[in-house]
Design a protein around this ligand. Structure first.
Ligand code: SF4
Length: 173
């Protein structure tokens, strides 16, 4: 039986992926988001979306100190480079840990819906992490088959705030 935990990066990205995968549980874990006001805004929008749709979710810790530690040395990488790989790994690893602890069998992420996100990189990282934890990763490229376009339409429908940068201090600059 498939018991899926979906890692969620933000409400607009979740809309389409939740519709596609119908996860029983989502995990909002994004210590990369900077500054804290922006994090709280994205979290509150996701909370609102989850409450409208009846989606159960867990809020992960906003452990920014750890995040800045793990990406140290890669601050000046371009978006999509090594820093992003570490950022994906960090978030997916935590999702896998929670999934394992709670008896879930599969993990997935909303991350590939971003138009500039390389699905092949995210899927490879997700598959490796899932294997380590004895889970399965649901690979995909959710921006395809109009996924991104549909997520924009759904976001409008739910009147969701859509951010103008990926999340971290470096992407904001
Ligand atoms: S640009 Fe986005 S994916 Fe890359 S490190 Fe920053 S927040 Fe993470």
């Amino acid at each position: 039986m498939v018991k899926l935990l979906l890692h969620v990066c933000c409400a607009p990205c979740a809309t389409y992926v939740v519709q596609e995968l119908k996860p029983p549980l989502a995990y909002f874990y994004n210590p990369n988001i900077h500054p804290k006001e922006e994090y709280l805004l994205r979290l509150s929008e996701f909370r609102r979306y989850a409450s409208i749709t009846g989606l159960e979710f867990i809020e992960g810790p906003y452990d920014t100190e750890n995040w800045f530690n793990v990406i140290r040395g890669y601050e000046n990488e371009p978006e999509g480079g090594k820093r992003c790989e570490i950022c994906y790994r960090e978030r997916l690893e935590k999702a896998a840990l929670i999934a394992k602890e709670k008896g879930y069998t599969h993990i997935a992420t909303t991350l590939t819906i971003g138009p500039t996100k390389k699905a092949s990189v995210i899927n490879e990282i997700g598959e490796k992490i899932a294997e380590v934890y004895g889970l399965k990763f649901i690979s995909g490229d959710f921006k395809k088959r109009d996924g991104f376009k549909i997520s924009c339409e759904l976001s409008k429908q739910f009147n969701l705030y859509r951010q103008k940068y990926c999340g971290c201090l470096f992407s904001k600059r």
